[in-house]
Design a protein around this ligand. Structure first.
Ligand code: NAD
Length: 470
């Protein structure tokens, strides 16, 4: 039997049509979406693991290029403005100008690959180097108070150290966090980085955070948040960095430059409406200068509540038992005063009041522009009260004094990760003080102000009996 060319063409056409209709994927190729946002935690972690393996083959120059791409994307003016507005809108906390500043500082002052240094030991027995290698995939949990700042800061440090990172953002900062992960993925792709070095899930939740903490491919956990999440990562059995709560006291004694101290305290306590874990949360002032300090603070934009009834009303408004009510955290001072029925004078930045040491405003981490002032009989008593108010977090403390003995005594007693003398609290994170910035201050686990080297494993590489050229 002979088969005509016409019949062959007809059969081929038929077969092609059938195959195409049975497997539509062949007919319309699926466009791969790679923006770092995954529908579930497992696929996010597996993608990051693959990225981390690929990343091992990239050079330090490559890492520096990717860090530069993150810095560039995060400091684009439209992105800075978007992140600040989106954070205030979504979380209901903080203020736009300070959030723009915080994001810019996070992008520019977070150390990159220059933070990774090799140590060398050279002697009669040869040459040994101590190299820093990545952990692999890091699980990072981020707070509502600094949602984008922490993602920018952690991404730079963790990628500079050669890791991939899976973020578990606070559900109340979901939209902004997902947007930022997508934005950073686009910037990294344009710079030629492996896909999925920075990933997250489309529905951040406590369950997803738990799944991440338990996942076998997660080699290190970094929690920035309150005591609950710090405890949780520390009990996983994995390498964990815990950056937890603080309640920073500020001591002012009779030797201080009171005008300057008042300005520093008001500036520090109002930065992003008191959201930073490092911000001044209570003042302990030596009695003889307390009135003058209050006078200068008022000139700097503090509004003083004098009547006990009003202070009680404020407590009922913003506190639920011993905890601050979420809806008042990070609100403007004028909004809080309006809640009391007080119209704040123009320029009001902070609400102050004198209280006893036991008052909840002193003892609780409010994260609002409300700053209680406690009187002490002398600087030694002030330091002792500051120590008690800090509750052993060993996070941040501040003092305004020109007495070297007082400065030394307080530094020794507090044992805080950050101790600022004669400046606003934010000088301690490199804003107007020497040193780099971080948004993950690891007191409980001891890394201090984290940077790229905190996210590395130290490895020893030994050449016995050679290359010592002395
Ligand atoms: P938070 O503890 O409520 O939340 C932090 C993160 O942990 C969020 O992503 C949240 O979803 C998650 N989380 C909390 N409990 C969890 C649980 N049981 N299981 C799973 N996930 C859980 O804190 P916040 O209100 O977002 O942030 C403010 C707190 O963080 C303050 O106490 C502040 O001092 C602290 N903080 C510390 C630092 C630091 O560097 N030390 C920096 C920023 C904020």
């Amino acid at each position: 039997m002979t088969i005509s060319a016409e019949l062959i063409t007809q059969v081929v056409r038929e077969v092609v049509r059938e195959v195409a209709s049975a497997t539509p994927a062949l007919a319309t190729p699926v466009k791969e979406v790679c923006d770092g946002v995954f529908p579930d935690m497992n696929s996010a972690i597996e993608a990051a693991d693959q990225a981390a393996r690929e990343y091992l083959g990239h050079s330090m120059k490559d890492r520096a290029k990717y860090v530069a791409a993150i810095r560039e994307a995060a400091t684009r003016q439209e992105n800075l403005e978007y992140m600040a507005k989106a954070a205030v809108e979504e979380t209901g906390m903080g203020n736009v100008p300070d959030k723009i500043a915080k994001n810019r500082f996070a992008a520019l002052l977070t150390p990159g690959t220059e933070d990774i240094v090799t140590e060398a030991l050279s002697g009669d027995d040869g040459l040994t180097t101590i190299e820093t290698s990545p952990f692999g995939v890091i699980g990072a949990i981020t707070p509502t108070t600094n949602p984008s700042e922490t993602i920018i800061n952690n991404s730079i440090g963790m990628l500079a150290a050669g890791n991939a990172v899976v973020f578990s953002p606070h559900p109340r900062a979901k939209q902004l966090s997902l947007w930022l992960v997508r934005e950073l993925n686009a910037a990294l792709a344009a710079a030629g980085a492996p896909k999925n070095l920075i990933v997250t899930v489309s529905e951040p939740s406590e369950e997803n955070t738990k799944a991440m903490m338990e996942h076998k491919l997660i080699r290190m956990l970094v929690a920035t948040g309150g005591p609950g999440i710090v405890r949780a990562v520390m009990s996983t059995g994995k390498k964990a960095i815990g950056a937890g709560a603080g309640n920073p006291p500020v001591v002012v004694d009779q030797t201080a430059d009171l005008k300057k101290a008042a300005k520093c305290i008001v500036d520090g306590a109002t930065f992003d409406n008191n959201l930073p874990c490092t911000a001044e949360k209570e003042v302990i002032a030596v009695g003889s200068i307390a009135d003058l300090l209050r006078f200068h603070m008022i000139k700097e934009g503090a509004y003083e509540l004098r009547e006990r009834a009003l202070i009680d009303k404020l407590q009922a408004l913003v506190m639920d038992g011993k905890r601050p009510k979420t809806e008042w955290i990070g609100k403007d001072a004028s909004v809080i005063l309006a809640g009391l029925g007080i119209e704040a004078p123009a320029g009001t930045r902070l609400i102050i009041m004198e209280t006893e040491f036991e008052h909840l405003f002193v003892q609780s981490e409010l994260m609002m522009p409300i700053l209680p002032i406690v009187r002490a009989k002398d600087v030694n008593e002030a330091i002792d009260l500051a120590y008690q108010a800090e509750h052993g977090f060993r996070h941040t403390a501040i003092i305004h004094s020109l007495d070297v003995n007082a400065l030394t005594r307080m530094g020794r007693k507090m044992q805080t990760t950050i101790f600022v003398k004669n400046g606003p609290s934010y000088a301690g994170i490199g804003i107007g003080g020497e040193g780099y910035i971080t948004f993950t201050i690891a007191g409980p686990t001891g890394e201090g102000l984290t940077s790229a080297r905190s996210f590395c494993r130290r490895r020893r590489c030994v050449l016995a009996g050679g290359l010592n050229v002395r």
